[in-house]
Design a protein around this ligand. Structure first.
Ligand code: NZQ
Ligand code: ZN
Length: 393
């Protein structure tokens, strides 16, 4: 096992009624004037937003609201948030929502004390030295942003979706009440589980395969997701399984199975171009990309794919044909995606055939004009990424 750093400082309050603690926690982490950041309709419709407002008021914590964050959150909303926070002297950002709202909150948090353009961080021009504290009341288990150091923002000017990672933005606290996820539509539930599994798979398919203990955790997490998702699709108010999924979402991305050493992340990079160009749901895009990525890179380490096939998807090991076993595991994942209502081709994802020009443009943007490669399991240049898009057509 290699040396590693594990850093997961977020205080998690998990369970029914956990949002009752929101005002107390804001105060504990120093918030006196809060930006309450949220998305479209769901948090309003469910009454969660009113509840949080009521609790803050009761506790005498001042707040200002900024809603309207869309999935694949936009830079323009981030800039609106930065201006508002500066004008009103906001010192704490509370994200009520999912990955998009949390990521938008983190970007605002970086931007408020920074004199330059917040996009500098995302294009690698600058490193944030400080940011406002961020915390969340989570409403969808998927992105794992509630414990992660990442924030992914789309710049509408050029449809560029980029991530920026910095430990200083890890949320101070995350309130997770699985009951708040009962209202999730089936598609978002399935896309969320796909994303949770992919955060585990990105770390599982790495060149250093000696993390026996974290491999075992990863496999258990993935198998649990493959059971629990069917239970909640059948009964959206199944607390037990909603809770498994919600906690798995954090464990999948707080690096407990990665230890910051490993990770491939090519599937994510390749998907981010699809959501930047076509504004599709991140998890659904991952379901489309992963099987093609897997077939493209499999020969780099067939035994890893055999282990995944047997231990995660339950395929029988044909010792005389490792490649056949590995391929059966990839096919099993594809069947799983279909069974939970996820697309498995770009055509299904965007509703039409993708053009060769679009494929080339996405591969070029993904590699910044073929200047950088992605993936650690196998290094992928623009030509490789184009081929993966073609295989996923
Ligand atoms: O906007 P509202 O009306 O709230 O609706 C949202 C949105 O349409 C809805 N929703 C959320 N909670 C709900 C609900 N609907 C009913 N009931 C509820 N309780 O779900 C939709 C999707 O929300 P979003 O926040 O976009 O989902 P998710 O958490 O999957 O976040 C996706 C974003 O996170 C990024 C993705 O790229 C994407 O932009 N990621 C962030 C990461 C990170 N920061 O660490 C890592 C991930 O790999 C990912 O890239
Ligand atoms: Zn993801």
């Amino acid at each position: 096992m290699k040396d590693f750093l594990f850093y997961a400082p977020t205080e998690v309050q998990f369970g029914k009624q956990s949002e009752e603690l929101v005002a107390q926690l804001v105060k504990k982490y120093g918030g006196t004037k809060v930006l309450l950041h949220y998305g479209g309709q769901s948090a309003k419709r469910s009454g969660l937003l009113d509840k949080v407002c009521g609790l803050l008021k009761e506790a005498g914590v001042e707040y200002v609201e900024l809603g309207g964050v869309v999935p694949n959150p936009r830079l323009s909303k981030v800039k609106e948030g930065i201006a508002l926070c500066r004008e009103l002297g906001v010192d704490f950002i509370l994200a009520v929502g999912g990955g998009s709202v949390i990521d938008s909150s983190k970007a605002i948090a970086y931007g408020v004390p920074y004199e330059g353009d917040v996009w500098d961080f995302y294009v690698g021009k600058a490193e944030a030295e400080t940011c406002l504290p961020v915390a969340t009341v989570l409403t969808i288990p998927a992105a794992g942003s509630e414990m992660s150091e990442a924030s992914v923002i789309t710049n509408e000017d050029g449809d560029i979706k980029l991530g920026y990672s910095n430990n200083i933005s890890r949320p101070k606290f995350a309130i997770m009440n699985p009951e708040r996820t009962f209202t999730l539509p089936a598609y978002q539930t399935a896309a969320g589980v796909t994303d949770i599994m992919l955060h585990t798979m990105e770390r599982y398919f790495n060149p250093d395969c000696d993390m026996t203990v974290t491999d075992a955790i990863a496999e258990a997490l993935m198998r649990t997701m493959m059971d629990s998702v069917f239970a909640v699709l059948e009964n959206p108010e199944d607390y037990r399984n909603r809770a498994q999924i919600m906690w798995a979402g954090s464990l999948a991305h707080n690096d407990v199975t990665g230890n910051r050493l490993n990770g491939d992340w090519a599937t994510h990079q390749i998907e981010h171009e699809l959501s930047a160009m076509f504004d599709v749901t991140h998890g659904a895009g991952l379901a489309v990309v992963w099987p093609s990525w897997a077939r493209y890179v499999m020969k780099e380490n067939v035994s890893r794919f055999v282990r995944f096939a047997v231990n995660v998807t339950g395929v029988e090991n044909d010792f005389t044909d490792p490649e056949g076993t590995a391929l059966k595991g990839i096919e099993a994942m594809k069947r799983f995606y279909r069974a939970i209502g996820m697309p498995t081709t770009i055509r299904e994802l965007i509703g039409r055939d993708i053009t060769e020009e679009e494929i080339k443009e996405m591969a070029s943007k993904c590699t910044r004009g073929d200047k950088i490669a992605h993936g650690r399991f196998k290094k992928l240049k623009a030509a490789d990424i184009e081929e993966i898009y073609r295989m996923a057509r």
